[in-house]
Design a protein around this ligand. Structure first.
Ligand code: BG6
Length: 497
């Protein structure tokens, strides 16, 4: 018989545990229980009994999640303790030994902690001997580390060194929940399983790639201190967006081996370049105003310091210096309090070299930055990641009748139409992979460092004498119009989702 797995969450009283991790584990328990099953042990400083912890978690579940939760609740346990206390870790160890699976269980330690507690948690566990996995037959010990993984390259390196001092790399699971999204995994699957796109997926045929993560919400309550220290760039662009970019830009791996896949992503990220000049990035923060029919506060009223200079919107023009992508702009944009929430990749192909059409019909053709109209509409492949989970390829067709009048058309595919229901929640997939020991969808040390190297270069340009100004934008729109200028020399503009 297989031994149950023990999942320990440090920081169990936090929002992530109640909103994401517990529903994901409850979903897994019902749908795809790994062999032997699993138990959950929450660890936080508050004094609670198992029953009280379960009640608190239950109160935070949405009505549609209650059946799954109630089925899973008997397997939820709680240990009150401080990760910095050797005595508390010893008590935790004793409790784990007494739970199903005991010392023979595989153990997944999930650090859902404030960044300053990562280090004491991991070194405390190592000193207590709780991470030892001395022989290939020993029960496995793995650590999942939540973002933020460092705040720049230097701190990410220091954290990697700490982890590597206590664990082998294959025991470390650096999580980015975007990689658990079905449509993000499809970026890889779609590219490398459909040969018609591969020959045109390069600088000869692609004019530009734009990636958007737009959010309609502002900074959530209780997150002001974290957010003000991160900003749009470190909160979303450095991790989620660069992961999307890596999947769009990477070379094909020779197999699905995790190191092959991750190695190719790292190479793409290492080629990423930011030209340090004021016209290559735009940063801004939202003002107070009206959004979605109600009055919303400005960023400076969200409980951040009055002299904050943190951005809630960022748009960047980057390039990837390699054989495939040299010269192709990768335009990245993320912001909070925008008109609506959507995440999307658009791969825009080059227009034909000469125009064999008479004139345009309708207004649906793209406006060029100089005010004229693009009569040759570029083919665009749109990969919609959320909330729509879809693919669309746009092209032009001849309008029936005299002359050669072209009109836009597209081919669409939607996950819901094809597969019926919404896709598996990201944390469900990622927790299952961590339990099963598949690191493909987790970040390697060098991957995180490559992402920070790029982000640090942008931040350095914001600190220099030629820094672009911190602009302001009204909520409920598309951010500052200055971001449009990043398209200079290219056709088209930012997607509206
Ligand atoms: C988180 C950020 O990592 O991702 C949040 O900290 C952001 O600020 C969130 O809102 C977006 O995730 P999703 O899955 O809702 O797009």
């Amino acid at each position: 018989m297989e031994t149950p797995v023990q999942i320990v969450i440090f920081g169990a009283s936090g929002d992530l545990t109640a909103r994401k991790l517990v529903p994901a584990l409850a979903g897994l328990a019902r749908k795809q229980e790994p062999p032997g099953g699993f138990v959950l042990v929450g660890v936080a400083r508050r004094h609670l009994s198992d029953g009280e912890f379960r009640q608190d978690l239950r109160a935070a579940q949405p009505p549609e999640g209650l059946d799954d939760f109630d089925g899973f609740a008997p397997r939820i346990h709680y240990v009150s303790g401080d990760v910095r206390s050797p005595e508390d870790l010893r008590r935790l160890g004793a409790r784990l030994d007494a739970l199903p699976g005991g010392a023979a269980a595989g153990r997944l330690f999930y650090c859902s902690l404030k960044p300053d507690l990562f280090e004491p948690a991991v070194s405390g566990l190592a000193q207590a001997g709780m991470l030892e996995q001395s022989t290939p037959d020993s029960p496995w010990r793995r650590v999942v580390v939540e973002k933020p993984f460092g705040r720049d390259l230097a701190s990410a390196r220091a954290l990697n060194q700490l982890l590597q001092g206590c664990l082998r790399e294959e025991q470390v699971y650096r999580i980015d929940h975007y990689l658990g999204k079905e449509t993000v995994q499809n970026l890889f699957a779609f590219r490398f399983n459909n040969t018609i796109f591969e020959p045109v997926w390069n600088r000869r045929h692609v004019e530009l790639v734009q990636i958007t993560v737009a959010e309609s919400g502002g900074v959530e309550s209780g997150r002001a201190a974290y957010y003000d220290a991160s900003g749009a760039m470190s909160d979303v662009l450095q991790n989620h967006m660069l992961q999307i970019l890596a999947l769009v830009a990477m070379e094909p791996p020779s197999s699905l081996d995790p190191e092959e896949v991750r190695g190719q992503k790292v190479s793409a990220l290492k080629g990423l370049r930011f030209r340090s000049s004021p016209d290559q990035s735009v940063r801004a923060r939202y003002q107070a105003g009206e959004a979605e029919g109600k009055r919303v506060p400005g960023y400076l009223e969200e409980g951040v310091p009055a002299d904050s200079t943190t951005e809630t919107f960022v748009a960047i023009r980057a390039e990837i210096e390699n054989w495939r992508w040299s010269g192709v702009p990768f335009l990245l944009r993320h912001g909070k309090r925008l008109k609506h929430r959507f995440t999307e990749v658009k791969v825009q192909f080059r227009v034909p070299p000469i125009q064999l059409a008479d004139h345009v019909a309708g207004e649906d053709f793209l406006a060029l930055p100089d005010g004229t109209v693009c009569t040759l509409r570029p083919n665009v492949l749109t990969l919609s990641i959320q909330p729509r989970e879809a693919l669309s390829l746009s092209f032009s067709v001849k309008s029936p009748g005299g002359g050669m009048v072209m009109v836009p058309a597209h081919l669409d595919f939607d996950y819901r139409d094809r597969f019926g229901e919404s896709t598996t929640p990201a944390y469900e997939r990622l927790l299952l992979d961590a339990i099963l020991g598949d690191p493909t969808l987790f970040l390697r040390a060098d991957e995180v460092e490559a992402a920070w190297r790029f982000t640090d270069a942008v931040r350095a340009s914001w600190a220099g004498p030629e820094a672009p100004p911190l602009l302001e934008y009204a909520p409920g729109g598309w951010g500052p119009p200055e971001a449009d200028a990043l398209f200079h020399g290219c056709e088209g503009g930012w997607s509206r989702g």
